[in-house]
Design a binder for this molecule. Structure first.
Ligand SMILES: Cc1ncc(COP(=O)(O)O)c(C=O)c1O
Length: 441
């Protein structure tokens, strides 16, 4: 059957279903949403992986797919400072469950601006930032995408994202109808940044495109540009009059140093860009399910800057109102209490060091063990990559063997969550990877 014949036949079937539905009601075709209209979507690969891991009864099974921090006993970790703020909040006799304003909790968004842009940011000083509390980082990415799609001059420019990127980027920006393009990012040869490929693609992007950048701890590769490379990226983005869109989901979680992890965003602001930032508090506060995040729009310096941000704020309020009305309160209250209290903030910095430090230790231990077991290939990328994830370079076949033979679960692209490693399982994982690589050589 030719594609046009098959299209005609499926259109006819769906039309017949509609007629059936209207003439016979539930006795005919009981739904308007037939498989023609609503084809079954592919299962999210991560959920399939999680289900397979849960079902596995092997006592040494290891979950390296999970995108959440785990302690050295493979358990979720409530940050002590979050526990403290949570207790204080629960005991507060004035706590109520009223709606937050459309833009969210003002103390939270103001502190969030300072956290990511720096307390002495020229953009904050010159009042050319507008911030909205969002449904975590995903909501912030979405709000930014919806705004750009609606208000950038027509024809709507494409958004360029790194290849690979966090899988949800593609879905979110497709949903808001932004054309999607990609730039090379990861070199499978060096297992580090394909800097030349990235610069060359950004240099030839259509003028005025949106460039999506991971502020730090790139997901899924764990590969970040150096500060000199960021400077070059900024040059190219400026030369193309592009709009930088930063996704900042791991500030403080990557290196343990909040300023270091926000360096690229702050550098771009210093360079006078108009840009936006999607900020998540899922990983750095461990507030995954509380959905605390923020969207920041920074306009370029100029005499009209304050007017520009206030017009943008008025439109963001309409978008926010039509989608969520008001953001969720509890997680933002916890984050706000910590961000606005000097002592709690210091405790938080210690907790961040605990998480990032454990992950950095695991990187070292994993690499050492792989080398000790004389695993073919080079493994220095394990320690030079940063943050939650590592792109190991393991191929799909090896990933399959690790799952079926060794009960070690990771995504098919060879990405592992470093948080899934701990002092009890790192030797077992390294041994298994080593045996698998040798077996498949
Ligand atoms: C790159 C990136 N952006 C955004 C997010 C958003 O996460 P959340 O919506 O849980 O804050 C994540 C989470 O994994 C991520 O890795």
């Amino acid at each position: 059957m030719s594609p046009s014949q098959s299209l005609t036949s499926s259109t006819t079937t769906s039309r017949l279903n509609q007629i059936n539905y209207h003439t016979m009601g539930s006795a005919g075709s009981p739904t308007m949403f037939t498989a023609d209209n609503v084809p079954r979507a592919a299962e999210d690969p991560l959920f399939g992986l999680m289900a397979a891991y849960k079902k596995d009864t092997f006592d040494k099974k290891v979950d390296l797919g999970i995108g959440a921090y785990r302690d050295d006993n493979a358990k979720p970790w409530v940050l002590p400072v979050v526990k403290k703020a949570d207790d204080l909040l629960r005991k507060d006799p004035d706590l109520n469950h009223e709606y937050l304003p459309i833009a969210g909790l003002a103390d939270f968004t103001t502190a969030s601006q300072k956290l990511v842009l720096g307390a002495d940011s020229p953009a904050i000083r010159e009042k050319r930032v507008v911030s909205f509390q969002t449904v975590s980082g995903t909501g912030a990415v979405h709000l930014g995408g919806a705004f750009l799609s609606k208000f950038l001059p027509q024809p709507t420019p494409a958004i360029y994202m790194s290849s690979p990127t966090w899988a949800n980027h593609n879905q979110i920006f497709t949903n808001v109808r932004l054309p999607i393009k990609s730039y090379p990012y990861f070199s499978s040869e060096t297992k580090m940044l394909d800097f030349e490929g990235m610069i060359s693609a950004l240099s030839s992007a259509t003028k005025g495109s949106i460039i999506l950048l991971h502020a730090c701890a790139h997901n899924p590769t764990g590969v970040d540009p150096t500060q000199d490379q960021w400077k070059k990226i900024a040059e190219v983005v400026k030369a193309g009059s592009h709009f930088p869109f930063f996704d900042c989901a791991y500030q403080g979680f990557a290196s343990g140093d909040l300023a270091k992890d926000a360096w690229a965003v702050r550098y771009f602001v210093e360079q006078g860009f108009e840009l936006c930032v999607a900020q998540s508090y899922a990983k750095n506060f461990g507030l995954y399910g509380e959905r605390a995040g923020a969207f920041h729009f920074v306009t370029a310096p100029g005499s009209d800057a304050q007017d520009t941000v206030s017009r943008i704020a008025s439109q963001l309020a309409i978008l926010q109102r039509s989608e969520i009305s008001n953001p969720p309160a509890y997680g933002a209250r916890i984050a706000s209490m910590i961000l606005n209290d000097e002592n709690l903030f210091k405790e938080w910095e210690r907790d961040l060091k605990t998480m990032s430090g454990r992950i950095i230790e695991m990187r070292k231990a994993f690499r050492d063990k792989l080398e000790e077991f004389q695993t073919p290939g080079t493994w220095n990328h394990i320690t030079s990559q940063i943050g939650m994830f590592s792109f190991t370079g393991l191929n799909e076949k090896q990933v399959g063997i690790l799952k079926d033979k060794w009960h070690i679960y990771m995504t098919k692209n060879g990405r592992i969550s470093m948080a899934g490693l701990n002092t009890h399982n790192v030797t077992y994982v390294a041994e298994s990877v080593s045996a698998t690589v040798k077996e498949t050589q």
